[in-house]
Design a protein around this ligand. Structure first.
Ligand SMILES: [Zn+2]
Ligand SMILES: [Zn+2]
Length: 348
């Protein structure tokens, strides 16, 4: 049974357009914040409803996953409610003093609604409890320690998906060509074969994926595994607070909200998937049946009507009635559905 069923009154009932309009009318600033914690949680449905009520009352927006293994949250909080929000967080024993990661580039429009979902896992990793030991994770490195380790020649592995590392990464990092974290874990283990004694550095957006990865690698014989504390988000915060630190991250930090990415350095390391010009702006194909996430430059957005392919342009140009007919019974494609294994085909 869907654990979220029968709770419709505890969900946002507005359409995306209505939410966006409301957000645009706001005359205050928002803070985009994320946090996670691996901790055994019980009574998830009550917890969910309770968090939803408290955070909704504070006009918090965002996406939160709860599971028996913990919480993973990405939120946008009105600046004037920030204190109340922190007090509310600290009123939950399991969340007390949880480290926040605060976005560096923020237009206040990272999320347009509040969703709290109960899931099997807070990050789908496909591992079973015998595959790792939660008490044996890698050492957490500060930005300074991280830079020093890179300077000493450690192996750097990007634990994100291909569409994330495509637009930004640490110089020299190994970036596996994967679409999911689940498929990435065994691939990384194989890639590192023979390097069990070398120093291995792991990073991801906010640190959560590295918790499991480091435990998994250590369980599989890797002796020297460390992870970037708080991920790229916190690395940048530390850099901003200490101008002496060198920035080793190039390009944009992909984020899983409406902003899609935060610019970290001026380098554009990727190109438009349609014309090959330098571009690091992710868009979703305008054809909702497709919704493909890809890189499209402003001139191609114009030329190809915000679509990924000729087929999608055709669908977009159908009368609304026809389009609705096509959409009927078709499941919504995920916002972060990508395409490493598909070639974008634009017939001229
Ligand atoms: Zn282009
Ligand atoms: Zn498309």
């Amino acid at each position: 049974m869907d654990p979220n069923a029968g709770k419709k009154y505890m969900f946002n009932k507005l359409s995306k357009e209505q939410c966006v309009t409301l957000l645009e009318k706001e005359n205050f600033k928002r803070v985009t914040v994320s946090f996670y914690k691996y901790i055994i949680l019980g009574n998830l449905m009550n917890l969910r409803d309770n968090l939803y009520k408290n955070w909704n009352d504070l006009s918090v927006l965002g996406r939160i996953y709860l599971a028996e293994e913990g919480i993973n949250a990405q939120l946008s909080v009105p600046e004037h409610n920030w204190k109340d929000f922190v007090n509310n967080i600290n009123s939950y024993t399991f969340l007390k003093d949880i480290p926040f990661k605060i976005a560096v580039e923020d237009d206040g429009k990272s999320f347009f609604k509040l969703t709290i979902k109960i899931r099997e896992q807070i990050v789908t990793d496909g591992l079973s409890v015998e595959d790792y030991d939660v008490t044996n994770v890698g050492e957490h490195l500060s930005a300074k320690q991280w830079n020093d380790a890179i300077n000493k020649g450690a192996i750097v592995v990007d634990m994100r998906n291909h569409y994330e590392s495509e637009i930004g990464k640490f110089k020299g990092a190994i970036c596996p060509d994967v679409e999911t974290f689940k498929e990435e874990l065994p691939i990384v283990k194989d890639l590192l074969k023979g390097k069990e004694k070398e120093e291995i550095l792991l990073y991801c957006t906010g640190g959560i994926r590295c918790e499991k990865t480091s435990a998994y690698l250590k369980h599989n014989g890797f002796k020297n595994v460390s992870q970037l504390h708080g991920g790229i988000i916190d690395y940048i915060r530390q850099l901003n607070n200490n101008k002496e630190l060198e920035n080793k991250f190039i390009g944009k930090n992909f984020v899983f909200d409406e902003r899609r990415g935060e610019r970290i350095s001026d380098n554009i390391i990727s190109s438009c998937h349609q014309c090959d010009e330098p571009c690091d702006t992710h868009v979703n194909c305008k054809n909702e049946n497709c919704n493909l996430l890809f890189l499209q430059c402003p001139s191609c957005q114009d030329k190809h009507e915000n679509c990924c392919s000729v087929e999608c342009i055709e669908v977009e140009n159908l009368p609304e009635k026809e389009r609705l007919k096509l959409r009927k019974g078709v499941e919504n494609k995920k916002m972060y559905y990508s395409h490493s294994k598909v070639t974008l085909n634009l017939r001229e």
